[in-house]
Design a binder for this molecule. Sequence first.
Ligand SMILES: [Zn+2]
Length: 181
Amino acid sequence: MIPLATRSSEESRLYLELQTCPQCGAPALEVTAHWLADEDGALLSCYESRCEQCATTADFEFTVAGEPPAPPQFGGPEPSQLIDAGQFLTVARDLAAAVPADPARCPADERADAREAMVIAVAALSEVRKFLPADAHEVPQSAFFTPSGRAVYSADPAQFTRRRLTALDNGYRQILTAYET
Ligand SMILES: [Zn+2]
């Protein structure tokens, strides 16, 4: 097994959440064990998962590249090698979609969770922006390296322009600020 290059345990966990079962294809892998291994001096972060639908188990091995970032960041300034721009945008959107934009419409006992969801949505969206070269107006094709990420891109390529991503980021940060005051 070739270990996957991860930037943080947050990134490893999200990667596992995005995987489907190698046996039945269900997107329902549950992490059943996590351990660290030393392979010739390199630290490996290992996970065992179990499919909630057919009970097939699968193992994943990660090597941590560089210094892990402070949570909730998934990694440093370099783009992910595991999760592509389309997947990160979907993660951000799914999280933000469950949060009422106006905190007054969010039940008091759900506000902390809503705020946390927006924090992670902002972090996931910042990962999409890391695929933007400094002088580029849009995320390049090479940033879509999974079938699901490519499908998100094909559905609406314009959502990956710098302009749209910046506008979305501003919108998310406004919602987050509203939950922090
Ligand atoms: Zn399965």
